[in-house]
Design a protein around this ligand. Sequence first.
Ligand SMILES: *[C@@H]1O[C@H](CO)[C@@H](O)[C@H](O)[C@H]1NC(C)=O
Ligand SMILES: *[C@@H]1O[C@H](CO)[C@@H](O)[C@H](O)[C@H]1NC(C)=O
Ligand SMILES: *[C@@H]1O[C@H](CO)[C@@H](O)[C@H](O)[C@H]1NC(C)=O
Ligand SMILES: *[C@@H]1O[C@H](CO)[C@@H](O)[C@H](O)[C@H]1NC(C)=O
Length: 660
Amino acid sequence: MAIKLIPFSVCILYLSLNFRLAVTVCNIPKIYHGDWYSQEAGVDVKTNVAFDKWRRDSVPQEQLECVAIYTHPQQSSIIGGMNSSMINSTMLMSIFGETDVNKCYYCIDVLYRTPNIIQYKRQDCIRLNAGNPISIDKSCRGITEGLPTMDNAITMFRRSVVKLNCITTIEGVYQFSYEVGGTTSLGGICNEPRSRIEACQDPGSAYVDNRMFLMNYAKCRDVSTSVDQQIRYQCMGAWYAVKNGVGYTFAAVADTVEADERERFKCMMTLKDQKDPNNQIRWVMSRFPTCTSLNSIYDGDRKLVLTRVIPTTNYLPPQCVLPRNMSGTWFTQGQQFKSDVFINETHIAYKTKINEFELLETYYSCQQTQGTRYMMTRVTAGRCEVDFVCFDLMPRHHSVIRYRVGKPSRLSDEDTGNFMVKKFRETCSWMSFTYNRDETDWKYEVLILNPPTPVPCPIAGRFNFEQWPVRDSEKIATRIRGVTPRPRIQVDCRIIVSEIKSCPVDMNRISIDAEYCETVDYRGRPIGEYDVSDYDLTCVGFWMEDYKSYLITWDEEDAISNFRCWVYERLSWTDVMMSRSQNARCVPDQRADSFQIPGTGLALKLTESERLFDDCPQRFDPGLDPYRKPTIIYILNKSTAVTPSIIIISILSLLFTLIH
Ligand SMILES: *[C@@H]1O[C@H](CO)[C@@H](O)[C@H](O)[C@H]1NC(C)=O
Ligand SMILES: *[C@@H]1O[C@H](CO)[C@@H](O)[C@H](O)[C@H]1NC(C)=O
Ligand SMILES: *[C@@H]1O[C@H](CO)[C@@H](O)[C@H](O)[C@H]1NC(C)=O
Ligand SMILES: *[C@@H]1O[C@H](CO)[C@@H](O)[C@H](O)[C@H]1NC(C)=O
């Protein structure tokens, strides 16, 4: 009977052991279930994860069974937000069916990365022995020492890829150069204009485009490792992880046609916000389905350098021309950014610096025109979208073009016969310029020729001024402007006044002196006549809009903004009020006396004070007709060299000669 008892006792031992380790059933998280591929020490491994089993199709095949599981607290660094099913865990497993008392237990740490990628690390066999009970909390290093890192975890790729949007991985249109080989490059860099990446998503589209991107490799004649090849990759998701102390964005992709799994899956790595002086983006890509070969953005099996390019479209060649006198280099100040604008006969190009390293390049190409409205195709380097927008360009005056841009309209597929006519009606209707029906308070945007051609200032004469700065830094104060043409004379000045003037000597300039010495010498000439003014503003353009007069000035030495916008207004025959904005853009509600509303900072009140020898007649132009030739000058007051008494005497003498 003893023979029958042995299995029974083994069974009791087995049960009691299991009971000690895990009271409840151990369920492997659902997100790990499925068929996976990984490459481990150069060998292909296929793993099937099911309800409580972890089966490896390696040689020899092995099947592990989950004994206990510990779920790690969630951290929030997964790209694309959190979801309660995304969990990291440590599992204690044993070989399925093994009844040996002295059997092996394994700790497996699993890092959830994306629905298609998990990474794991398996600890060596641990055995039950006297005085050393096995428990997940004490025996597993994933819990006692922390989860594995990118370097020591094995990456598993889901064999039947879950469909994911590419947006977290890559988006846009790029040209790229590539270099095959790790730190020891095998053949050099192939930089061909035909090598392109197209990762274009159609917002809201459920189509396949959103889950794939296209890499078009072009061959370089002098690079032996280069190839002519087109690969469509399916995105498997992206995640953020730290490697060598640096936080990188990793992504996994699957070749859509390759059947050999060893060649099918790739790991990619990049750095968000690369501070690249050339506005380029670096990626590295693995040769095999593993992430461990990627060490930095300069060290990987395949090094890619991406340059943003404009998308291809049939609507890029220009069909109409812009007014010829608009060609040139311009500057515009938007609400958030300022841009350099290049205009030639057919195109407008905006170059906007977003920060020190990022440059946004937008190109417009003229398609149709009517009157002052120009429908243009809009493309941005590195972006997929092709839009039509309408520009309403006022004729140029001075060094200024005023314009408006309408609501953009996306290029859609319906390319019917009168497509362009329809698009014109849609984008260039006057309604498309107002984003909101109730918003009647719109203003034209302003392009300023850069460097500007000076124009005669609309305000001339000599004035004293009173100022209202919003804070001290906005105040007009005396400053020493570098090397002066002549040394400042140390004079005993008894009358100091503020002075702002624009005289016929240089009609294009307004000089401002916060403290001007008005004391005169024995000849009646100012003793401080060699004084250098504190600010010299060059007038660039002026106009009237909505009954407000605007002036743009340029000051090379202005550290805040070379261009400034002013709102000015005449208060009486002798007084003028003007308000300075903080940059080249006047805020919509700015008035001539504004200095406290955001975007402004200083208001000046000018009071006429021309003296006998100044020869500085007053002139004022509200900008009603900025197209008028600037030769018309209104002289309101002028000191005359010929006195009326002389005229009377000469007339009288003439009469006398006639009588006689
Ligand atoms: C899993 O662990 C990794 C590495 O510690 C971490 O970056 C990631 O955020 C964790 N995932 C979750 C869902 O907490
Ligand atoms: C969490 O993610 C899984 C897998 O990606 C998905 O099936 C599930 O619907 C998500 N749940 C929520 C609440 O978003
Ligand atoms: C105008 O500028 C665009 C873009 O900068 C350029 O592609 C085009 O060749 C230029 N056209 C002419 C006539 O110079
Ligand atoms: C520019 O040309 C337009 C007509 O094409 C004309 O009305 C306007 O006065 C010109 N402006 C300048 C500053 O030459």
